[in-house]
Each structure stands twice: as structure tokens, then as C-alpha cells.
Design a protein around this ligand. Structure first.
Ligand code: URP
Ligand code: ZN
Ligand code: ZN
Length: 465
């Protein structure tokens, strides 16, 4: 099958130009102006006049079916990758989970079983390590070799995913040898639990107090600590879902001093604030960790993106229904499952709040939603750009369309939207995954099981030699 996408403005991280793109099978075969006029033939031509052609976006932080707080994140690999595709995201990297006492292998096999035959677009895995011991450390080497080269550890969630500094340092030492990358959820979970217990004892049980108890300084302290540990081990470290200026300051200082510190933020920290957590139990819709911050943190996060102290934006997509899941925490905010839906909205939110609002260029937008994720997570240049030989993961994007975000129309399997009623400019009109059109004009045209596991390269590119 050959597809010609004609007359679009190609936007990549490097620049923009008007040209045609010929897809042959699953790959980009040719890029040039006037290909059709020059006699290039195709089975289908998509006219992209007046629209942009961008690389399929990549979300490197999702949690399909994550077990949390006695329930499971609601999107499956089928519903989650389908919703992602509607929003222009054609690759996700999800977190496989090692349960306490089990092997990494068991966790990874379970995630392969969830995804294979179900995902409608390509996917890779990172590995959540709940235990760091001789066996799991040895297993890390094998995972790096089989294309799962990143390991998430937590200074948060004591008793669940929490690792102490010694465990984190041992895992980092291992990545110095095997080339893997440690990803850190950096919040001081021990201190947070003290404040959270104090709040509950004072009768402050509403979801809002989830936000109150998780002080920004607890994120700043843990971020600084894990970066220092990574420096001691001589390895890069990647801070996930950075939410607070305190943490951003730690990352910026480290980078200014030559540290191999990398970080992402998420749309919820750029567009929502702790004020959204008010209003009684309705605030449970916004319970995630780290929590939403006072609105004055947002401008600094945008600056972080402009200056590349933050390299990319992922979603941390982890959806729980308001009715039947979030309500597990009625009467005690500590029992609200942590996580927000978002995989469908990231591309448009970032376009609207970033490019349309004049904060970033369209090239930087493509970089933070597609190219930087591909580079940092071992998928470039197969993914994350528009180049001959790259996978034909492409989005025909209408920069002038407007839409209203709503749970009534979104495709994520969750009963609310964090952005209900918000109008955004920008829309993914045609979405291709490896040459197949999987979304066209608001209709799903893809196939369950089309998505393939992506064996990703180790994180050597993140190391400063
Ligand atoms: O609240 C969140 N972020 N839930 C998902 C799990 C995690 O820590 O990333
Ligand atoms: Zn986390
Ligand atoms: Zn997460």
C-alpha cells in the first residue's frame, strides 16, 4: 500500500516546510515538493492543504490497567491506545509493574499479555521496580537487552512502591553497568505520610487535603536527593511527572552544573491547580501524585519547557472513574486512587496552551510531544520525526479547528474529564500508525492488535561522555 500525503506543511523539531510525503508500506519512502506532479503514484492520496503534517506523538508515561489502592486504572491497552490515537498519539510507553515479592519477569510478562493483540498503536514498556534485591538487580540486565531499558523507582508511596535511598543507589549503580535509565517518582513519601495523618486527625478528610499534605518542598527535596545519588553513581536520572518549582529548581541547578538530570512535566501541572481540588469530594477527580500545585508554579514550568530544563511533556495517564473508583476515598483522601486521565488531550492542550498562546514555537511543540520522547527513550529516528526510513506514524493536524473537551465526547474509558468544557484550538484529523490510517475525521479506522511491542535502545544517548 502506497499513500501520498500532499501539500501539507511538514512540522518537525528542526523546522517547517511545505512538501509531499510518500509512504510505502509501513515506512516513509520519499519527501519532496510536487511529488504527485512529478508522476509519483499511490493507492491513496490525502490532501493536507492548509494543514500540518507532524510526527505521531509519543507519550512515554501511561498506566493502562495499573493496580492502585484496591482497584485498577480503567483504560485497557485497546481503549487507551485508541483514545491516544484520537488525540494524535501513536506510541505509548507504559509502566509494567513488579509486584512485591515477585520477579520483574512476571510483571513484564503480565504487561505483554495485557498489550499484545489489544493495542491499536505501538507500545513499549518501562519497568516499575517494587523490590531492589540481588535477583531483581540481575534481572535488570536482561530487560535492558530485550528493549525495556528504564526502571521506575519511588521515594513516594511507603509500603507500596517505596524504595529507600540504599535501594535506589544500588539500582543506579546497576544501570552504570547495564546502560539502563532510572526514572524517579521523587516526593518524600515518609514526610508526606506524617502530614497526611495529621490532616486526617484534624478532620481534614476531603481530597483537597491530598494536595495540601504533599508539600512542594517534599518534591524539591526528593528530586535533589535522587539527582545527587545519580551523580554519585555516575548515571543519568529522569524525573517523572515534575509538578513544582522546587523540583524544577533542583533539576535546573543540576543541569547547570553538568549533571545528567532529565525531567518531564504533565498537562495537569501546566493547566490545572490545587484550586481544582476544592469543592468537597468532587476534588477526588483531581487526586494524583505529585498533586496539583498553586497556579503560580505553572509559569515556571512553561519556562522550564522553553529553556529545555524540562525536556518533554507526558500525561501520566492513569484513569479511575469518579463513580465506583475515586469514591473508595470518601471520608479519607488517602484512599482515593491516585491518577488522572489525559492521554487523549495532551497534543491539543500543548498546542493550544503552548503554540496558540505564544509560549513555544510549533517546532518546540513537536519536540516536546514527539521528538524528545523518541530520543530520550531509544526510539529515534524510527519514531518522533518525519524522515525517509522512519515509521509512517503521522498526523494531519488542523491548527485552526476548535473543539470542546468533554467526557461526553472523549474516547478514554473514564466517566469524567479534568478539562470538561475547555475549548482548545487544534485537532488531529487523520492519524496514521505505520502507514495505516487509524483515525480519520473523528472515526476510528484502525484495528485491535495492530499495535506492536517496541524494543527500545538502552539510554546511552542520555549519558555525557
Ligand atoms: O497519581 C499518579 N501519578 N498515579 C499514577 C502512579 C504514579 O505515581 O505515576
Ligand atoms: Zn509516579
Ligand atoms: Zn505515573
Amino acid at each position: 500500500m502506497r499513500t501520498l500525503i500532499s501539500n501539507g506543511t511538514i512540522v518537525t523539531a528542526e523546522g517547517s516546510s511545505t512538501a509531499d510525503v510518500l509512504i510505502d508500506g509501513e515506512r516513509i519512502a520519499q519527501i519532496g515538493s510536487g511529488l504527485a506532479a512529478a508522476g509519483v503514484t499511490a493507492d491513496e492520496t490525502i490532501d493536507a492543504t492548509g494543514r500540518w503534517l507532524i510526527p505521531g506523538a509519543i507519550d512515554v508515561h501511561t498506566h493502562m490497567e495499573l493496580p492502585f489502592g484496591g482497584t485498577f486504572a480503567k483504560d485497557t491497552f485497546e481503549s487507551g491506545t485508541r483514545a491516544a490515537a484520537f488525540g494524535g498519539t501513536t506510541t505509548i510507553v507504559d509502566f509494567a509493574v513488579q509486584s512485591r515479592g515477585k520477579s520483574l519477569r512476571e510483571g513484564l510478562d503480565a504487561w505483554h499479555a495485557k498489550a499484545e493483540g489489544n493495542a491499536v498503536a505501538d507500545y513499549g514498556f518501562h519497568m516499575i521496580m517494587s523490590d531492589v534485591n540481588d535477583d531483581t538487580l540481575a534481572e535488570m540486565d536482561g530487560l535492558v537487552a530485550e528493549g525495556v531499558p528504564d526502571f521506575k523507582l519511588f521515594t513516594a508511596y511507603p509500603g507500596v512502591f517505596y524504595s529507600d535511598d540504599g535501594a535506589i543507589f544500588r539500582a543506579m549503580q546497576r544501570t552504570a553497568k547495564n546502560g539502563g535509565l532510572i526514572m524517579m517518582h521523587a516526593e518524600n513519601g515518609m514526610a508526606i505520610d506524617v502530614v497526611a495523618a495529621d490532616e486526617v486527625a484534624a478532620g481534614h478528610t476531603d481530597p483537597y487535603y491530598h494536595g495540601v499534605a504533599r508539600y512542594p518542598i517534599f518534591e524539591g527535596e526528593a528530586t535533589n536527593r535522587v539527582i545527587r545519588l545519580a551523580e554519585a553513581a555516575g548515571v543519568p536520572v529522569y524525573i517523572v511527572h515534575l509538578s513544582a518549582r522546587d523540583a524544577l529548581n533542583a533539576v535546573r541547578d543540576a543541569r547547570d552544573h553538568g549533571s545528567m538530570a532529565f525531567a518531564e512535566t504533565c498537562p495537569q501541572y501546566l493547566f490545572l491547580s490545587i484550586e481544582d481540588m476544592k469543592g468537597g469530594f468532587n476534588g477526588a477527580k483531581f487526586v494524583c501524585s505529585p498533586p496539583l500545585r498553586p497556579a503560580d508554579h505553572q509559569a515556571e514550568l512553561w519556562q522550564g519547557l522553553v529553556k529545555d530544563d524540562l525536556q518533554l511533556v507526558s500525561t501520566d495517564h492513569c484513569p479511575f472513574d469518579f463513580e465506583g473508583q475515586k469514591d473508595l476515598g470518601k471520608g479519607d483522601f488517602r484512599k482515593v486512587p491516585n491518577g488522572l486521565p489525559g492521554v487523549e488531550d495532551r497534543v491539543d492542550l500543548l498546542y493550544d496552551g503552548g503554540v496558540v498562546a505564544g509560549r513555544i514555537t510549533r517546532e518546540r511543540w513537536v519536540e516536546i510531544i514527539a521528538t524528545a520522547p523518541a530520543k530520550l527513550f531509544g526510539m529515534f529516528p524510527r519514531k518522533g520525526t518525519i524522515a525517509v526510513g522512519s515509521d509512517a506514524d503521522l498526523v494531519v493536524y488542523d491548527p485552526t479547528a476548535t473543539r470542546t473537551i468533554s467526557a461526553k465526547t472523549h474516547h478514554m474509558d473514564v466517566d469524567y474529564s479534568c478539562y470538561e468544557g475547555r475549548q482548545v484550538r487544534g485537532r488531529s484529523d487523520v492519524v496514521l500508525s505505520r502507514g495505516s490510517v487509524i483515525v480519520r475525521d473523528g472515526e476510528f479506522t484502525g484495528k485491535k492488535g495492530h499495535g506492536q511491542f517496541l524494543k527500545r535502545a538502552a539510554a546511552d544517548h542520555a549519558r555525557i561522555s
